[in-house]
Each structure stands twice: as structure tokens, then as C-alpha cells.
Write a protein that binds this ligand. Sequence first.
Ligand SMILES: Nc1nc2c(ncn2[C@@H]2O[C@H](COP(=O)(O)OP(=O)(O)OP(=O)(O)O)[C@@H](O)[C@H]2O)c(=O)[nH]1
Ligand SMILES: [Mg+2]
Length: 451
Amino acid sequence: MTTVFGKIRDLVSSFLRSSESYEEAVNSFIRELQKEMIKADVNVKVVFELSARIKERALKEEPPEGVLRREWFVKIVYDELSRLFGGDVAPDPYPKSFPWIILLVGVQGSGKTTTAGKLALFYKKRGYRVGLATTDTYRPAAYDQLKQIAETIGVPFYGEKSGDPAEIARKAVATLLNEYSCDVIIIDTAGRHGYGKEESLLMEMKEIAEAIKPSEVILVIDSSIGQKAYELAKKFNEWTPIGSIVITKLDGTARGGGALSAVVATGARIKFIGDGEKLEDLEVFNPRKFVARILGLGDLESLLEKFKAIEESDEVRKRLERAIALGRISMRDIYHQLKSIKKLGPLRKVIDLVPGFSMLKLGDDMLKGSEKKIDSWIAIIESMTYDELDDPSIIDRSRVRRLAIGSGRTVNDVRELLNYYELINKMLKDLKRGKLRLKGVDLSRLGGEAG
Ligand SMILES: Nc1nc2c(ncn2[C@@H]2O[C@H](COP(=O)(O)OP(=O)(O)OP(=O)(O)O)[C@@H](O)[C@H]2O)c(=O)[nH]1
Ligand SMILES: [Mg+2]
């Protein structure tokens, strides 16, 4: 992955170290980022929209406490680039039914046969019984190429040196299914079509697909075509609802970024990326991970940790907003809250930024001296049954004792937690009825009162 955006990583580290003022550093970062993106053949309009968004956020947003302004800028870039490459969706590569039949299609030389081998290895390693087949009778060497790959991996192979591709595919499925009980069947096809001839490619694909009814059709795209991938992916996406995409040769081209972002823009799903000639060089495409890598965040582990914590606090905030809207909070939400307060450490201040949250979380005084209390409440909640979690009011005297014993805490600890739960719920109810206003209420000692 060195050539795709190799320079962005350097940009990030020089941005973090730069002695320029924040604004100057932001401007030069964005300027360089634009250059890199355009070099990677990302659509120019997309590049400008991206930089405008980054810039706006960079100048407007205040970083949460515990995060430096420059670090926050990197987080903004991380978010926006992740969005460009598909956002939070992480594809699920696992079979949904058996046999899982994958039909691989793509233009000449895009990397179908290599990808067929990579996928076979991927699924074999995960315990599936994989079979490989080729319908490529166009190139004489095609048969041997895949056969050899199958032997290397140690999976059954089916192919014929001449004949009708749809018919070969049908026989391949029958053979791999009946004779080898394969549960993942991967079918490689001929790529006699060049780019720009999408129609004829799709026609042939249709014939084979009708013959074998694949579970999934995977289009293989060579990333060196850059943003030209858009048209191809778009037609493909319109053609089949069971399609996904593999982008290959990301190791060998500077234009890979253009191909990836173009394909994402069509709404098609990128499932895997190939970044080398070896059979191991395949990975499930996860936009956030991919972007973390191009930004060099893997090297800035602690920064990435911080970002994760911030994302988690977002989750906590969402739960809280729901609780406020409902006028009720569940024991499960409280559990979540305790866990994140513990995890966020100094970053728990992030939560304070959210209106209404500070009053609902444990008082600060209490927090400081009582990491232990949090641990003990977490342990108690973990000892609860589902029924008790759903409705803590059923926790009577004997259940209190059981919970204390089960969690290795005291009966008093359990009572404290239950009091806390009741108090918070009463508060939320009052809040909803308008008896209590969010602003100006200091309930930071709540935890203390409960204890
Ligand atoms: N560097 C690099 N090379 C790759 C990758 N995937 C495939 N290749 C190379 O690309 C060339 C073509 O790969 P094939 O798998 O034969 O492509 P194909 O689509 O099956 O080609 P046809 O069957 O002729 O249409 C080979 O030299 C592969 O080694 C990749 O991810 N990275
Ligand atoms: Mg091939």
C-alpha cells in the first residue's frame, strides 16, 4: 500500500510537527492533500468538496478537552477521508447460504484468476471447503494457470479446455458440489473484453449467471484505471443486486485512490482489495482501517486510541439523549456509561461537553476517589440476570444478597447502585414532565448521595 497516497502519511507527521501557525499549517496541509488526491486520480470536484469540508470543520470545531487542536484536525481529516472511501460500512465477506457460489468477472488482465486464488485461500483458511473452477477457454494457458493455483492452495479444481462457458460453469458447480461437497465455489471467467466494452462483458456474465444462479457476482477492477472505474462499477451495480467489487493492484499504482473513491461514489460495495501478486495479498476492505493506514495512524497509535474513545463517547451520548427523550434510563445504559467513564479516562471530559450529560453522570468528586466504586458497580451489573437488567425493581432482599456474593461485593454496594438507578430515573421522569430543567441544576453530587 506504499504507492497509494504514500505521501499523505508524511504530510500528517509534518503537520503535527510544523512550527507554522495552526491556520497556516491547515492551509498548506490541504493544499498538499489536494495535489496528492489529484495525482491519485480522484475526481477534481470530489477533491474540492472534500477540502472545503475539511477546512470548514478545521476552523469551526473546538477540540474536546484532552485533545490538541492539531490532533483534532487529523481526526477531521480521518473522518472525511473515511467518508470518501465508504464511511463506517465494513463488508461482511462470509457466506450467507450453502453452497456459496461466487462468479468472478472483469475485463482482460484485471486480476480475476489471481483473485480467484486469493479468495480460495481466504475462505479455506477460515475453514470452508472451497472449490475453484474456470470457464476461460479463450486463452489456452488459462486452464493451467488456475489449476496450478488450486494445487498450490490444495483445493479441488474443475475446468475444460474448450466448450461453452455457461455449460462449463454448470458442470463445474455440479461436480464441485456432488463430488467434493464444496461449500464455497469460486468461478473464474475469461476476460476477453477491454475497458469501455462493459456491455459485452455484462452480456456474457448474464449468460453464465443464468446457468448457475450465483450467490454473488464479483467484479474485479484493476485500480490503475483510476476514476474510469466509475462507469464500469455503475453499470455493474445497476445490472446485478448481488454484486460486489474487488479492486486489485493497489500496490502497484498511484491511481488506486481514484479507483476506490470512484467506485464508492457509485454506491457499489467494495468487498476486498488486492495489494500484491501473492495469494496472501488480499484483505477485506474496511474504509476506516484503510484510511488510518494511509494517514499513518497505525504509527500514531495513541492518537488513534483517542479517536476511538471519542467515537465511543458519541455512542454514550446517543444512549443518553434517548434516555432523556424517554424519561427513563435502563440498567444496561448505566452499565455502558460506567464502562465508558472508566475507559475514557482523562477524555471523559468529552462527555461534559454534551448538554445534560454532566448532570447524569457520576459526580466528579466521586469519580476521582472512586474508580473502585465504578469497578464494583460494573461487577454487580455483570452478575445480574437478564430479567433483573430489564427490570431492576424485582431485585428483592435475597437477590441483593445473591448479587453481592456473585460479584464479590457488599450488600451495601448493591443497594447503592440500586439507589443510584432509582434516583436517576426519578430525575429523568421529572425532567420529562418539566419539573426539572436541565440548565442550572447541580446534581453533580448525585453519586455521593446515593452512596
Ligand atoms: N502487483 C499486483 N499484481 C497483480 C494483482 N492482482 C493480479 N496481479 C497481476 O496481474 C496480472 C494479471 O492477473 P490475472 O489474474 O491473470 O488477470 P485476469 O483478469 O485473470 O486476466 P485474463 O484472464 O487474461 O483476463 C498477473 O501478472 C498478476 O500477477 C495485485 O493485487 N497486485
Ligand atoms: Mg484469467
